[in-house]
Design a protein. Structure first.
Length: 157
């Protein structure tokens, strides 16, 4: 394979202005050249990312529920899953629920796997002990499937 510069990964120095249109085009040609060199070396080229489809959400981030400050106890609760491993290497899942105003850990549920029925039972116990929150925040992980969200809506009503 012929070398293209002093180092096989470098081409001879060519100055270009990145802010100009020709500079922008040279960036794409550089990426094409890098992909070509990767293929020549037998390396796998990462697939092209698809552009995000549809329109972005309209509105201000300041008005979102994520930015809402907790004004009193039981106003905003947040919940999330944490993964851990035991000494023997087996997985554990931990569901943590926090009151964002008091920063109090309201409860944790630990199990090898946690599904929708376990989440609803744990939240029912917390509602009975601490009352129902006005808002609940989550990262919308895979554990929070539609049935849990429907159950929460029923509990709030």
């Amino acid at each position: 394979m012929p070398r293209v510069g002093p180092n096989r990964w470098e081409e001879p120095d060519q100055s270009s202005d990145a802010s100009s249109a020709s500079g922008h085009a040279s960036v794409w040609s550089e990426l094409d050249r890098i992909e070509r060199l990767w293929r020549q070396e037998g390396l796998q080229v990462p697939p092209q990312r698809l552009k995000a489809s549809g329109q972005k959400a309209i509105g201000e981030a300041a008005s979102s529920a994520w930015m809402l400050p907790a004004l009193r106890p039981n106003h905003v609760w947040s919940y999330d899953f944490v993964s851990a491993r035991t000494v023997d290497g087996r997985a554990l899942r931990i569901l943590n629920v926090l009151d964002e105003h008091t920063r109090e850990a309201l409860g944790s549920y630990v199990a090898r796997s946690i599904g929708a029925p376990q989440v609803t039972k744990h939240l029912e116990r917390l509602f009975a002990r601490h009352g129902k929150p006005t808002f609940m925040r989550a990262d919308n992980g895979r554990e929070f499937i539609a049935t849990v969200l429907e159950w929460l809506a029923e509990q709030k009503g």
